[in-house]
Design a protein around this ligand. Sequence first.
Ligand SMILES: Cc1cc2nc3c(=O)[nH]c(=O)nc-3n(C[C@H](O)[C@H](O)[C@H](O)COP(=O)(O)OP(=O)(O)OC[C@H]3O[C@@H](n4cnc5c(N)ncnc54)[C@H](O)[C@@H]3O)c2cc1C
Length: 409
Amino acid sequence: MGQSNYDLMILGAGMTGASLVHLLHRAREQGMRIALLERQSLNWEADAIERPPSFDGRATALSWGTRLLLEQMNCWQHISDRACAIEHIQVSDHGRFGQTHLHASEQDTEALGYIVENAVLGYGLLKDLESTGVTLMPNTQVDAVQMTADGASLTLSDGDVLSTRLLVMADGARSGLAAKLGINHQRQSYGTSAIVTQVKTDQPHQHWAYERFSDAGPIAFLPLHQRQFAVVWTLPEETVDDVMALSDEDFLHQLQQQIGHRLGNLMQVGERATYPLALVRSDEQVRRSLVLLGNAAHSLHPVAGQGFNLALRDTAVLSEHLTRAWQAGQSPGDLSVLQAYAEQQQRDQSNTIIASDLLPKIFSHPGKLTAIVRDAGLMGLAAVPVARRLLALHAMGLGQKAARPGGLS
Ligand SMILES: Cc1cc2nc3c(=O)[nH]c(=O)nc-3n(C[C@H](O)[C@H](O)[C@H](O)COP(=O)(O)OP(=O)(O)OC[C@H]3O[C@@H](n4cnc5c(N)ncnc54)[C@H](O)[C@@H]3O)c2cc1C
């Protein structure tokens, strides 16, 4: 070996790629040569217009388990002041009786999770990257990837070619580079889009989050600032354009009808953006010298707020395997190392994907039987503390080993 420019190249500095740099701190300190390539700038301010896609105007629900990992990464300190704790969650069904509440106090924890604006998350993840010793290559577009006998080579848009012993593709769900290596993605559209925005209310949120299901799709109101919620409103694709075209006043009126007055009166709405929703999974996640990570491997329905939370657990487990291999003198691209990672995360991935996939389907099917089952489900949950605890553990991302403190060692 010794010919490669790097031991590890990470393609994409979104939430996933940036997290991997932090989680590999021990391997970095022990000489692993790492480069991070991103086609956009890494020096943006929180209010900049051009940002990597991970860090757009959305807000992200972070599980308690994710908070613990961000602490280990020394990133939580840059985020915590602007993260809003979720202390209570109300899950309800529009026009039906069933309703359940989850409380942090029942779980012996200070929060069920946190809501953070993506711009703040980006600030926390990118802020200290320069001091990590990793080679940062912003404004660098990768045009082609080729697998070689020793690893992988990357062709940049300026014609330069770089080589690495391991390539981690954290380049999102739409990059198309994996397809050029013969790795296909299965795309299952939900026929829905999410309208994402923020609203102001006339009452403080008191750290309540609201998840409301209706025949048209789920809506989440997530507490952000004192009288402000991040909103993710899922609608059938054919109605989204009409709702987007509404005046602010009409939009707020329709939203209020959906959520009712449990969180007060909706007073003001921010910019709206839409995201078509699909479950996208790659056919393969590891090959010799290659890993697909984050949205590049799986992109989920946002209703359960698990996409990044799962990606971070994957990233934490991958970094443990890579660090152990590095300390044992193994190549980071060794297939057995990468397969061990994939096998360890397989169960967590399939459980999370199934839950994120089933939830919107059960709660948006207009059939009467489904309605009865979901009513019974919500009322049952309200009555049974153990079931509530399990749901809360899932929401907090604590059902999985990697999310628990020390769970990786
Ligand atoms: C509406 C919505 C709400 C969501 N809410 C939540 C939530 O509440 N909780 C949660 O956990 N998750 C949530 N998610 C999911 C979360 O946003 C994703 O899991 C996360 O953004 C994935 O990040 P990533 O880094 O894997 O991919 P991306 O964000 O797509 O980043 C990929 C990066 O690679 C770069 N790149 C791509 N191709 C190239 C190339 N050829 N050369 C150089 N650079 C390249 C891109 O510029 C980009 O910066 C939500 C998603 C949506 C759509």
